[in-house]
Design a protein around this ligand. Structure first.
Ligand SMILES: [Zn+2]
Length: 84
């Protein structure tokens, strides 16, 4: 079975072998750093594994997560990331 994407995937970065595999297979992670921050999954935006993922060659999309809770903040996410 081919996995087409992994939602969030933050904990993949606990396992370097898995990170390598995600990069090799080009399996995208749909990451939601603002949602992680708001739900206290991470203490700050810079603690988000987005940069780690990019550095490791893993495909990443940055998303707003559940649109009913996090509607319309994708622009903010983009801007905040450009500033970090
Ligand atoms: Zn989610």
């Amino acid at each position: 079975m081919k996995i087409e994407r992994v939602d969030h995937g933050n904990h993949a970065f606990d396992d370097p072998v898995l990170v390598k595999r995600l990069a090799q297979q080009q399996t995208p992670l749909t990451m939601c750093p603002i949602s992680n921050l708001r739900l206290k999954g991470i203490p700050s935006l810079s603690a988000s594994p987005v940069k780690k993922a990019l550095d490791a060659g893993v495909l990443v999309t940055v998303n707003s997560d559940d649109p009913s809770y996090f509607r319309g903040i994708l622009t903010i996410i983009t801007v905040q990331f450009m500033m970090h």
